[in-house]
Unconditional design. Structure first.
Length: 326
């Protein structure tokens, strides 16, 4: 992703709302209201509990505004230009944004892919080694590159020994058949759709723990003034998670429209996603915790793939201050 030019000054251009110059009775100097914190998100099961919290009335509308985005490239650009203060992103996207000069802090781990990202193969592929010389479809971007790299390493293959075919993730099923692919890197619900048509699962993200993680990232300079709003968002997320775990079917009705699924199909969309609660988040965001370990490993992979300029230590990445007290 190429962030806009002079990105380092982009977030200084956002101004506070103009202070009121006067009210009835001639009073001046009243403090301007703090505008709602704008939080960007694409449609993805791991992010949807934020929207479920909104539907359940758990978020203060005067302090938080969820903004639907088309893709995460647009989301990062909006963060850089000051059009968003926070966003749901993958960990690799946060690392790439920081590499381009965007100071982001992670205040919440939304999910870890523990099998949701999968490699599906045609019936004639009998083993991972059988992918040598074959056409493999994947979405261009860091997550696709991470899964492709992990797949090839497990299969004992070099990148030049396969034919990489770039496809949109949402077109996984059509591309698999229309472009005569031998394998495709995809996620739910397309993995299940491919499986129903005869494709087989041969590799998934459960074999690469900690590499594909979705997080809530915040521009560092807004943390102090927006901490109360962020705590409300994080608390709402955990309450929505609690209700979803207690009764997935009943919450599916609210989740279905944004996911564009029938309510009965919603629980399956979360297949392979580990959704950490507050206690697990404290382990993720602790100094030298799971997030730090994953970021160091992932940063090295992204650097070797030429996706970031430096694999230097990612200091001050996690911020647990918005989590509820133990």
């Amino acid at each position: 992703m190429a962030l806009p030019p002079n990105v380092s000054s982009a977030w200084t251009r956002r101004q506070a709302l103009a202070a009121s110059l006067g009210v009835a009775g001639g009073l001046v100097g009243c403090q301007a209201p703090v505008p709602p914190l704008r939080v960007g998100s694409i449609i993805f099961p791991g992010y949807e509990l934020l929207f479920l919290a909104r539907e359940l009335g758990l978020l203060p509308p005067d302090r938080l505004r969820l903004v639907e985005m088309n893709n995460n490239t647009d989301t990062l650009r909006a963060l850089a230009l000051g059009r968003l203060e926070a966003a749901a992103l993958t960990l690799d996207e946060v690392i790439r944004g920081r590499d381009q000069g965007l100071d982001l802090r992670i205040v919440l781990v939304l999910d870890e892919s523990a099998g949701a990202d999968v490699v599906m193969v045609a019936p004639h592929i009998r083993s991972l080694a059988g992918l040598k010389g074959r056409r493999i479809g994947f979405e261009e971007g860091a997550t696709g590159a991470v899964m492709m790299g992990a797949l090839l390493a497990t299969a004992g293959l070099e990148v030049h020994q396969v034919v990489k075919v770039r496809i949109p993730l949402a077109a996984s099923v059509d591309a698999f058949y229309q472009q005569s692919l031998d394998a495709v890197v995809t996620i739910e619900p397309w993995a299940t759709q491919l499986e129903a048509r005869g494709a087989r699962r041969v590799f998934d993200s459960s074999q690469t723990p900690g590499l594909i993680v979705d997080v809530l990232a915040v521009r560092a300079e807004v943390l102090d003034r927006s901490r109360d709003a962020l705590r409300a968002l994080v608390t709402g997320h955990f309450e929505a998670l609690r209700r979803f775990r207690a009764s997935p079917a009943s919450q599916a009705v609210a989740l279905a429209p944004r996911l564009r699924l029938d309510p009965a199909d919603v629980p399956a969309a979360f297949k392979g996603l580990d959704l950490p609660d507050a206690e697990a988040n404290r382990r993720w965001l602790a100094p030298q915790g799971l997030l730090s370990q994953s970021a160091e490993r992932l940063g090295g992979m992204l650097h070797s793939e030429g996706l970031i300029r430096s694999a230097a230590s990612l200091v001050q990445l996690g911020d647990p201050s918005c989590l509820p007290a133990p």
